[in-house]
Design a protein around this ligand. Sequence first.
Ligand code: ATP
Ligand code: MN
Ligand code: MN
Length: 302
Amino acid sequence: KQATSPPVPLDRPTLAGIALSSGDRVIFQTPRLTKAGLAEYYLAAAPLMLPELANRPLSLLRLPDGMAGERFFQKHPGKGFPDALKVQDIEDAEGSATPYAYVTDAAGIVGAVQMGTVEFHIWGARRDRLDRPDRLVFDLDPDEGLGFAATRRAALDLRDRLTGLGLASWAMLSGGKGIHIIVPLRRQASWDTVKLFSRGVAMLAAGSQPERFTAEMSKVKRKGRIFIDWLRNERGATAIAPFSVRARPGAPVACPISWDELARIRKASAFSTRQALDRGWADVVPPPPQHLTAPVIEALDR
Ligand code: ATP
Ligand code: MN
Ligand code: MN
């Protein structure tokens, strides 16, 4: 009764208009995921990804030869990138412009995969207003050996701390070791303000429970603790995009997770590509963009 499938093209199948080369190259061994398989995942995930991913400067983690080969972050699109991966010049602090990649559609995402991209990392601002972040991220980084239960509790505590400041947030399993907590922002405050705010929140948490948290990056200070990485909230810094595959064993996916469901999750790399597509955004509804008002910032001083 099965419908006859169309003949499989022998070379260069086209996905979202992108001609894919070396589709049978193995990117992940277990579960086995080829370059074509990865492109198909991203094509299917594109509608889930684009609301957060589109029109943000990107940093792409490329592994052209898969997990067995070399890997490198690429911020500036190189020669031979497909046109679907769009380019915008962005000025750095010294005022010199450099080209950054961004996407607006599935073709851009698949185009990045054609160039060997496995992970998509996003800025906290969109390209039409690069100096007004619309997304605040707390990246919880547990020390090695600290169980996921501690990370989960930390995420809930940080959520409560933010709620206490009048800010609603949503959570995402990084697909690696930790959890990201995201606060959607109205595009009003500057990077300086947003960075100061996130640093303040991290330092308050670390100050009140130094045995559990640290706001300092140093691995020594992290011993047995969770580093509340607030440094994602700078102009030019990035965080992993929702539904990005991670270049880590098992090809886990960064997945939005509701606070309720988080209680039942055992690790940050809980979801495979198939599970990610089945889940989608599940019960997660990111709250509307919020203001970092003067009272919110002053509350940090109390
Ligand atoms: P985990 O949960 O395992 O910590 P993660 O994605 O949060 O996974 P981090 O090492 O905490 O990994 O890094 C947070 C983010 O900072 C990354 O997602 C990435 O966007 C950015 N980042 C980290 N290291 C680099 C780097 N060497 N070059 C560019 N960006 C980086
Ligand atoms: Mn992290
Ligand atoms: Mn980090």
